[in-house]
Structures are given as structure tokens and as C-alpha cells.
Write a protein that binds this ligand. Structure first.
Ligand code: SF4
Length: 498
């Protein structure tokens, strides 16, 4: 990409030349400050801003941010107030599982049409809510605002209020109009909606050793794995917000003594609100990788100041690590020295992945997130090996170029990063919310290692010419030389990632 038309955070709207930074590849000038290199001094990574115009960000919209956070609340009705595309785009969007109700997996929508845009969609929303609540008897309903609803000005709050009064269940508006910020603003809107439920239930009988799990979404049953570890320690999990979530549990979760925040990007806002309103302290943890999973269990034992809990936590770690370690050691032999790229939503997951890859003998050569803050990026620069590229809110062109330049063997990301990796001839590991594989806890580390080993060591990469060709062209080789390296491809680097 040679030019840019406009940029957020840069008042200069003129077309600017591309810039060679920070590691020799072309970057949009407005993007340069969002990229850093571990081991090199420099300013903090520019982050927490709306995406640069002209850079096709990997981020989703505000509405999608809210939808992915609230979606796993299984006994609630989720209705998207907007055109059908918003609902279709987020239908069954997570690999989240429920141990009971499956209502959450439906994508209800008011399907706004042209006439609704002209005359307003309030009546349609009211009719849809009354009909769906009568038919499905949910414990609560979430009503998601979308771009068009923000533009036509439907009074979603008033409709929710009147339907709640008529039906006797909480009907919660989610102020998630897609255009009004970043995906992180969607997380905030989701937290605001859930917060309205908290404090409305009975807290009788809750154990003094009790926690809530915030930001675990029960992908492939991960919440159940984590709950089991805490049950073995004698710690009660009052509510999981939102994996395998239940409205009644959320209503009484202010009775728990500690909040564990697993997905920091999405749920720190809720944890802070609960601390302010209900005096519940919170800890940011991660359940990915041996080190972080163990640390999470020890943190809880330490918080409650109980030797017995600590002893039980040690026993869980000892048992679980003992089961997986011999296999991890064998795979580590094959993976030693291989390089990986990481691009994920939240920074805490990125920290865990850097550590988990080290456990497997691998090095992180590129790491980026959609929603990290300045402190997160400082941590990544400190914890990664010198030369690792650290990037906020990246785009396919940057990611592809960095992957080639760093010559990575594996890309860990989500649904939008998968085609980038495969088109470049790089192994891929899905670590996003759509996946169907449990990657949390100790058993998750084993699954992760299995997948990484199978992807990196697959012989298929011996038959993918594109990667060597792109690398050759990127290094400035002529078409003729590149074709000698990889005659079967016939693609230019930009075509390879388009
Ligand atoms: S950007 Fe707007 S129109 Fe597109 S999915 Fe998000 S809310 Fe819907």
C-alpha cells in the first residue's frame, strides 16, 4: 500500500508517501506509532484509538463487541434491533457451550427495512419482544442497538422499560450502535447492560471462599474445566460471566468475595464497577498455559489467606501437570526454535500465549492485539525476545508482511487471520472465540500443544511454493528470481494476501 487518504489521530488529510518502519517494510504513516519492536527503546505503542481510515482493521464493530460478550448467557433472549445482516454476522458467533438452555444460540432480529427506517422501528421491536418472550419464556432479554437504530433515533430504552413492565422480566438495552467507537466500546456497553442485573438476587448461602469468573466464555466447555479445578480446591464459583451464564446466578453474584477477570479487555470495566458498587476486589488472571493457569489457582488461595486452599491448589497443579508434561516434552523437541505470530483480541491472552509458546520451545516473533492498552504493550515489549514486533489494531497487509519478514512457522489468531496464514503457506492455530477446541486449563495446554505441533510439523508446508516466492519478492528479488524459487505460484506478495 503506497498512500493513505485520511487518518484517525492525524489531522493531516493529505495523501502521504508510505514509510519504511520500523523493520524495513512499508507501513501507512499513520500506523507507524502503533508498532514497536521489543528490545528497542522508543515511545509507548499508540493504542486505544479508532482505526486508521484506509487500514482495513482486523477489529469488529461496537455491536459485535457487545454481542460476543453477552451471547453465552444461555437462558436470555438476545434480539438484534437492526437490519438482518447484523444478526446474521453474529449468529452463533462463539463456540460457547451451555449445560442447559440453548435459547442463546438463536439469532433473533427485528429485520429493519426501508419503511422502518423512515417511520421508525419502535413498534416492530415492541411486537417482536412481546411475541418472543411469550414463546420462549426467557429469564431476561438483551436488545442490541445497531448502526441504523442510532441513526434513526428509536427510543430503545423506553421500549425495553415498557416491555419489562408488561412481562415482568428484565429487558436490557445494549447501547452498541456499530459506528460509535471501537470493539472495546462494545465490551463496555455489554458490561453496562449486565451490571443492571447484578445486586438484584438473594446472596444467602454463598461460601466465604467464593469467586465469580468474568470473561470466560465456555468455549468448548472451558468454563467447566476451570470450575472443576476450583471445586477441587473447595472454592465456590457463584457466577460465570458470561460462559454457560445464567441470569439468576448473575443477579446474586455480588455475594461472591472475589472476581477473577480472565478476558481483561472485555470485563475489567464490569469488575471495576462491581468493586465500586459492591466492594468486591478483582484480579486479572489467565487460564491459558501451565504457568498462568497455576498462577490463577495460587492467586485465589493467596487472596483468601488459607494454607489449606494453597495446599489443595498445589495438589491440583501437581496432578494436572504430571498428566501432560511427558507429552509436552516430546513435542517440545520438534518445536524447539520455531517462530510464531500472535494476533488476538485481548492482551492477557497474548501474554499467556507468549509464555505457552516458550514452554513448547518456540519464540514469538510478532504479537498484536485488537484492544490492548499502553501498559499491556509495555509488558509485551518487556516479556518478548528482542526483535519481536509488537502491534496494535493491525491490518492484513501489515500482518502478512511481518509474518513473511519474520519468517514465522505458525500464526495464532482467529477467523480473520486464518486466510492470511494459509495464503502465505504458514501453519495456523485458531485461538479465537469461534473455535471448538478447549484450550484453557492444563488439559487445554495439551490440546494447544497438539495443535501447534501438528500444524508446524505438517509436511504440507514442503509443498507450498507461495511462501518462499513472497519472501523472495519482499526481499526485492526480481520476478524472474522469485519464479525460479517458486515457479508454481505466479503470485505477487499483495496478491498472496488479498
Ligand atoms: S457496523 Fe453497524 S451495520 Fe455493520 S454489523 Fe456493526 S452494527 Fe451492523
Amino acid at each position: 500500500m503506497k498512500t493513505t487518504m485520511a487518518s484517525e489521530g492525524s489531522p493531516d488529510l493529505s495523501i502521504q508517501p508510505s514509510t519504511l518502519k520500523p523493520s524495513g517494510i512499508e507501513i501507512l504513516p499513520s500506523r507507524v506509532a502503533s508498532i514497536a519492536e521489543a528490545g528497542k527503546p522508543g515511545k509507548g505503542v499508540n493504542c486505544g484509538k479508532t482505526s486508521v481510515a484506509g487500514s482495513v482493521s482486523q477489529r469488529a464493530c461496537v455491536f459485535c463487541g457487545s454481542r460476543v460478550v453477552l451471547y453465552p448467557i444461555a437462558d436470555a433472549l438476545h434480539i438484534v434491533h437492526g437490519p438482518i445482516g447484523c444478526a446474521a454476522y453474529t449468529w452463533d458467533i462463539r463456540g460457547a457451550q451451555s449445560s442447559g438452555p440453548q435459547l442463546f444460540r438463536n439469532a433473533f432480529s427485528t429485520d429493519l427495512q426501508e419503511l422502518d427506517v423512515i417511520y421508525g422501528g419502535e413498534k416492530k421491536l415492541e411486537r417482536a419482544l412481546l411475541e418472543l418472550i411469550a414463546r420462549h419464556s426467557p429469564k431476561a432479554a438483551f436488545v442490541y442497538g445497531t448502526c441504523i437504530v442510532g441513526l434513526i433515533g428509536d427510543d430503545v430504552n423506553a421500549i425495553c422499560k415498557s416491555v419489562a413492565a408488561a412481562t415482568g422480566i428484565p429487558v436490557l438495552p445494549v447501547a452498541s450502535e456499530g459506528f460509535k467507537g471501537t470493539k472495546k466500546d462494545g465490551y463496555k456497553a455489554a458490561c453496562e447492560a449486565v451490571f443492571k442485573l447484578i445486586g438484584t438476587g438473594d446472596t444467602a448461602g454463598i461460601s466465604p471462599f467464593s469467586i465469580n469468573l468474568l470473561g470466560d466464555f465456555n468455549i468448548a466447555g472451558e468454563t467447566w474445566v476451570i470450575r472443576d479445578y476450583f471445586a477441587r480446591m473447595g472454592v465456590e464459583v457463584v457466577a460465570t460471566i458470561t460462559g454457560d451464564g445464567r441470569i439468576d446466578a448473575i443477579r446474586r453474584c455480588h455475594g461472591a468475595k472475589l472476581n477473577l477477570v480472565q478476558c481483561s479487555g472485555s470485563m475489567t470495566h464490569l469488575a471495576k464497577k462491581m468493586q465500586a458498587a459492591h466492594g468486591i476486589p478483582f484480579k486479572r488472571v489467565s487460564f491459558f498455559g501451565i504457568e498462568d493457569m497455576s498462577a490463577a489457582l495460587y492467586e485465589v488461595a493467596k487472596h483468601f489467606g488459607s494454607d489449606e486452599l494453597m495446599e489443595k491448589a498445589r495438589a491440583v497443579v501437581r496432578d494436572e501437570v504430571g498428566k501432560i508434561y511427558p507429552q509436552l516434552r516430546a513435542w517440545r523437541e520438534d518445536l524447539k526454535g520455531r517462530k510464531a505470530a500472535i494476533y488476538v483480541g485481548g492482551a492477557f491472552k497474548a501474554f499467556s500465549l507468549v509464555r505457552a509458546l516458550r514452554t513448547l520451545g518456540m519464540r514469538t516473533a510478532l504479537v498484536g492485539t485488537q484492544t490492548g492498552d499502553a501498559e499491556d504493550y509495555n509488558t509485551l515489549r518487556e516479556m518478548c525476545d528482542p526483535g519481536t514486533i509488537v502491534v496494535d489494531d493491525s491490518n492484513p497487509i501489515e500482518l502478512a508482511k511481518f509474518c513473511l519478514e519474520q519468517d514465522v512457522d505458525l500464526f495464532i489468531g482467529g477467523v480473520k487471520e486464518r486466510p492470511i496464514a494459509y495464503k502465505l503457506g504458514i501453519g495456523f492455530c485458531d485461538h479465537n472465540h469461534e473455535r471448538k477446541e478447549c484450550l484453557a486449563g492444563f488439559v487445554g495446554m495439551l490440546n494447544f500443544a497438539r495443535e501447534v505441533h501438528a500444524s508446524v510439523c505438517s509436511p504440507v508446508w514442503n509443498f507450498v511454493p507461495r511462501r518462499s516466492r513472497c519472501r523472495s519478492l519482499l526481499a526485492g528479488d526480481s520476478e524472474a528470481n522469485a519464479s525460479k524459487l517458486a515457479p508454481a505460484s505466479g503470485l505477487k506478495p499483495t496478491e498472496a494476501v488479498a
